[in-house]
Write a new protein. Structure first.
Length: 220
């Protein structure tokens, strides 16, 4: 289907930036609504309409959060968030709140970035939070819900994450040894995740969970 409107939250992150580019290049979408806390620099680009909003007052912007396909690429780190409770607000509660408003506005399709290993029962706070986020989104009953669980994301971030940079180097070295059932642990380029995100939301109905190896296959 063509002439669709995409809604994007998290457009300044590694996957988010690649996603906006992918959507701009897709003939499926005639408008891309970007929602952010501050100007992203995308305003003025073809097909893009930017909304600078207060994420703590989503209901005040409800009329704007309307369209066809919702993409959520939000996420933070414990260092940036400052506490687990704040991380829960950003990585778990905010995506569910955004999706709730969109669902009320008859948005039928949602694709969201989670994490490999996401599990609401995990003892690891990061994986637990992602699992709880997934569960909250499932309870909304979108016609299409695509949950992407990438492994370590590869690409150039605007912000420096020293531990992640070291991890990327190690992952690139070990990647050749990760085969078979271990292939889902290979690092994956953010551009591939963005491509898979758009393809999956357009090709599926119902709830679909795609782990990193499945994302790799969608791009080959």
């Amino acid at each position: 289907m063509k002439n669709r409107t995409a809604l994007v939250f998290g457009s300044t992150g590694l996957v988010g930036k690649a996603l906006v580019e992918e959507l701009c290049n897709s003939d499926r979408y005639f408008m891309i609504k970007i929602f952010s806390r501050e100007n992203t620099g995308f305003a003025g680009a073809e097909k893009i309409k930017e909304f600078v909003i207060d994420f703590n007052k989503l209901k005040d912007y409800s009329e704007m959060i309307s369209g066809d396909d919702l993409f959520i690429c939000l996420g933070t780190t414990i260092k940036k968030a400052g506490s687990v409770s704040r991380m829960e607000e950003i990585d778990r509660d905010l995506p569910v709140n955004i999706a709730s408003v969109a669902f009320e506005n008859s948005v039928e399709k949602l694709a969201v970035i989670s994490s490999l290993g996401a599990n609401s029962a995990s003892s690891n706070y990061y994986l637990r939070i992602k699992g709880e986020m997934e569960r909250g989104l499932m309870e909304l009953h979108f016609r299409t819900l695509i949950i992407l669980r990438p492994s370590m994301l590869l690409g150039d971030r605007k912000e420096r994450r020293t531990g992640e940079e070291i991890g990327k180097i190690i992952m690139k070295f070990l990647g050749v040894f990760l085969i078979g059932r271990l292939s889902k642990y290979k690092g994956i380029e953010a551009k591939k995740v963005a491509f898979a995100m758009v393809k999956a939301i357009n090709d599926n109905t119902g709830t679909v969970i795609l782990e990193s190896d499945a994302l790799q296959k969608l791009t080959t």
